[in-house]
Design a protein around this ligand. Structure first.
Ligand SMILES: [Zn+2]
Length: 297
């Protein structure tokens, strides 16, 4: 059974295992100034499942259309499910999860869900470079984070007309991130961990052993609710030491919203991985490459 992974930009992937098609996030139609990925949401005609890491638009916007076109079932947080229901997705195509569930996707493939953490978006603006060491900002309360986020939203509103129009179209009324989730796919060919924002609970990660890990590389990492003391590259490498995967595939590291995001230089991540997790190979994937994710493992 072959399994292939297509990167569709930002943190969105299409995982094809035999006849089974699973979308990991669903943000495909983005601003025209972002590099084209070679596919639009109108071209998606096949999907069995859509798993959503969290409820922000750059992950969830589009899931409602894929669900409508294909009949796929959406797996996501209760907030994701609330938004999708408000967007007209029938309840029988919605599976709310909070972590702790194991869902059968086909006779041979299942996915387990784990609670996770969102990156510290409140911490740095603009987003730090991969090798930029960020320190401090420990113990910042939820209320203080919300105050800081207001400045971020104001900055988004001052970006180009094109971005502002896109943000308006993609606004689905999410109340925050809805609680970030991790997904661990088990297939006959291997296991795959999916993360769509740079955060984790160390107590959870250290007990998972995926063959391949998709790890988000954007913003200031979040470890157990506090911002990483170090660089994004070190944050990714630390996760590799906990998970010990054979391969790491990056997500969320392209310039998905020009003016706000930045194309993450993968060089420092490669260096830190070589130092801390020398047995893990970093896979650098272009868009739509149908990468044979477990081949040769
Ligand atoms: Zn997010």
């Amino acid at each position: 059974m072959t399994a292939t992974l297509d990167w569709l930009g930002c943190a969105t992937f299409r995982l094809t295992i035999g006849n089974l098609v699973v979308f990991l996030d669903a943000y495909i139609d983005r601003v025209p100034s972002a590099q084209p990925t070679g596919i639009t949401i109108d071209e998606i005609t096949r999907a069995d499942w859509i798993v959503i890491g969290h409820s922000h638009f750059d992950h969830l916007y589009g899931a409602e259309r894929i669900a409508r076109t294909t009949g796929a079932t959406i797996i996501g947080s209760y907030e994701t499910v609330r938004i999708m229901e408000a967007q007209g997705v029938p309840a029988e195509q919605l599976l709310p999860v909070a972590g702790g569930e194991k869902i059968r996707l086909s006779s041979e493939v299942s996915v387990s869900v784990y609670p996770s953490q969102h990156s510290c978006v409140w911490s740095q603006s603009p987003m730090p470079a991969a090798d930029q060491v960020c320190l401090g900002e420990l113990g910042v309360t939820y209320q203080e984070q919300q105050e800081r986020l207001k400045a971020l939203w104001a900055r988004l509103g001052s970006l180009s007309d094109e971005v502002v129009a896109h943000l308006k179209a993609a606004a689905q009324g999410a109340r925050g991130d809805g609680g970030a989730l991790l997904y661990l796919f088990e297939t006959p060919a291997g296991s795959l961990l999916y993360q769509d924002t740079s955060g984790y609970w160390s107590g959870i990660l250290q007990n998972l052993r995926p063959d391949v890990a998709i790890l988000a590389a954007a913003g200031r990492g979040n470890i157990d609710g506090e911002p990483v003391q170090g660089s994004l590259a070190q944050f990714v490498a630390r996760q590799a030491t906990l998970l010990r995967p054979r391969r790491v595939v990056l997500s969320h590291h392209d310039d998905w919203l020009p003016g706000f995001s930045r194309a993450i230089d993968t060089g420092p991540i490669r260096e830190e991985l070589a130092r801390w997790a020398p047995r893990t190979t970093l896979i650098e994937m272009g868009y739509l490459q149908a990468y044979p994710v477990f081949a040769g493992l």
